[in-house]
Design a protein around this ligand. Structure first.
Ligand code: NAD
Length: 534
């Protein structure tokens, strides 16, 4: 892997694939410091060193050591990246669908071959456990695999003989240059929700990864190039607000895909839309798990604990809120016992169930929300704030935490905590639980645990949330469907990936043609031997 990293760090063209696969473990990376390794920009098919004077440090969340730095790309570098996308668009959009499909078929295989290496890089920069990092890459890989069905996904429609001798048909065509802005919590999966779908449809793409975890995307860009993606079809810039504003304002960018917090998402949606761009924005969440007393107790408690605390609660689909209905309220002590058994450790340590939070600021915010919950009257049944992880004393760890007797007016219920904190509310009936979920502004995901089909159906039917699990704690749809968050969790009208994703990145052209039957060329069979010049 050192060779792979070197490829991203040095201003040379990247190394060939075999050395990526056989390279050393990622834990050797800090040996490069000092000097700090720097993350490159990816412009016009080259990994280039930024000329900026402004850099952002990247930390390993398990140790808080600075492991690399990422540039805030300069205006001229960002301009060069868009110009490269624009220049590449004509050829790429005119490349046959079958050729684009072949590149993505090769790409999915390269991601599979390098899945473990990309995962190590994710754990190193983001902190999640290796198993979870593999899930991160795998769920993105599934989108790439699905993008390979472009030949069916991009079909237009036809209607022959709409009137005499007149046919109507539509082409689904790419938009041009599209852009993606990604969050820190899924460094591989979320960029892979974006550029593969857009590009297989014939768009070129500008990515801005989270400045906290750019490594996985750089690795994925290298593999994409090795799969045969022409120079300029994918460009990568780094940065924060200025890079985001640049994307929202640039006249050559036609569409923006955003995933992240509400604060950034609302802003990007408004600014991008005002500038006439298509924008889709997946944002924050407060996902409720409703536990009915007839549920399979063993299964439900395990699912709840896994979905609340896995990835240290830093998933937009984390089941961060439980509503225990009726007799299920008696299960609370057992829920606490199971949460206590989870092992908190650095993500690359064997047996770790959850790793650290992304930053000391994130830890401080989570601890503050726990404290506020207690002040506002919640019962702290399990407190992970003072956890010590041997060998990783400087990491941003918070252990599983459970706040019970939570009421809807409390801050810990109203705000997305994005940490390993489960807030527990109580309801007398299913109807009360449904009311509570529907009164919450977010509509990303929810789950009901029950053995009664009628209860499950009533819940799925009446709950106003985009993605509903029935005995499935984290109902993230596979890419033949779309990711369908709603209400405060989504802005836009066309969702990510699946058929909706293809619609977002394409526009229709409708052709109405008339070829009159009487104009058809009339020919006679030639019976005379043809002579040249006649
Ligand atoms: P974030 O909003 O802080 O960052 C996301 C991106 O926006 C980054 O690239 C960042 O550089 C940029 N950004 C940050 N603040 C900005 C601002 N004020 N103005 C302009 N740009 C800004 O989000 P994050 O902390 O990286 O990710 C966590 C959030 O993402 C959580 O709220 C989580 O629920 C959400 N999320 C949602 C989904 C989903 O599909 N609904 C998936 C993953 C994460």
């Amino acid at each position: 892997l050192l060779a792979a990293l070197a490829a991203l760090l040095l201003p040379t063209r990247p190394v060939s694939l075999p050395s990526l696969v056989q390279a050393s473990p990622i834990t050797h990376w800090p040996a490069f410091c000092p000097p700090q390794p720097t993350t490159k920009l990816f412009i016009d098919g080259k990994f280039v060193e930024s000329k900026t004077t402004e850099w952002i440090d990247i930390h390993n969340p398990a140790t808080n050591e600075v492991v690399a730095r990422v540039p805030k790309a300069t205006p001229s570098e960002m301009e060069a990246a868009v110009a490269s996308c624009k220049k590449a668009f004509w050829n790429w959009s005119e490349t046959s669908v079958l050729s684009r499909q072949q590149i993505f078929l090769r790409y999915q295989q390269l991601i599979k071959d390098n899945l473990k290496e990309i995962s190590k890089l994710i754990t190193f920069e983001q902190g999640k456990t290796l198993a979870d990092a593999e899930g991160d890459v795998f769920r993105g890989l599934q989108v790439v695999e699905h993008a390979c069905s472009v030949t069916s996904l991009i079909l237009g429609e036809t209607m022959p003989s709409i009137t005499k001798d007149m046919d109507t048909y539509t082409y689904r065509l790419p938009l041009g240059v599209c852009a993606g802005i990604a969050p820190f919590n899924f460094p591989a999966m979320i960029p892979l929700w974006m550029f593969p779908v857009a590009m297989v449809c014939g768009n070129t793409f500008l990515m801005k990864p989270s400045e906290r975890v750019p490594g996985a995307l750089m690795f994925l860009a290298k593999l994409f190039q090795d799969a045969g993606a022409p120079d300029g079809t994918l460009n990568i810039i780094h940065g924060q607000h200025e890079a985001v504003n640049f994307i929202c304002d640039h006249p050559d960018i036609r569409a923006i895909s955003f995933v992240g917090s509400n604060q950034a998402g609302e802003y990007i949606y408004e600014r991008g839309s005002r500038n006439g761009k298509r924008v889709q924005a997946n944002m924050g969440a407060k996902n409720h798990g409703v536990v009915m007393p007839d549920a399979n107790k063993e299964n439900t408690l395990n699912q709840l604990v896994g979905a609340a605390f896995g990835a240290a609660g830093q998933r937009c689909m984390a089941l961060s809120t439980a509503i225990l209905v009726g007799e299920a309220q008696k299960w609370l002590p057992e829920l606490v016992e199971r949460a206590k058994n989870l092992r908190v450790n650095a993500g690359d340590q064997p047996g770790a169930d959850l790793g650290p939070l992304i930053s000391p600021q994130a830890k401080e915010r989570v601890c503050h929300l726990i404290e506020k919950g207690v002040k506002e009257g919640a019962s702290l049944l399990l407190d992970g704030r003072n956890i010590k992880v041997k060998g990783y004393e400087n990491g941003n760890f918070v252990g599983p935490t459970i706040l019970a007797n939570v009421k809807p007016n409390m801050t810990c219920y109203k705000e997305e905590i994005f940490g390993p904190v489960l807030v527990v509310l109580e309801a007398d009936t299913l109807d009360d639980a449904i009311k509570m979920v529907n009164n919450n502004p977010y509509g990303n995901g929810t789950a009901i645990f029950t053995t009664n089909g009628a209860t499950a159906r009533k819940y799925s039917h009446l709950v106003d949330v985009g993605q509903v699990g029935v005995n499935v704690p984290i109902p993230v749809p596979l890419p033949m469907f779309s990711f369908t968050g709603s209400r405060a969790s989504f802005r836009g009208d066309t969702n990510f990936y699946g058929k909706q994703g293809v619609q977002f990145y394409t526009q229709l052209k409708t052709i109405i043609s008339q070829w009159k039957e009487e104009d058809a060329t009339v020919t006679k069979p030639a019976v005379v031997m043809p002579t040249m010049g006649n």
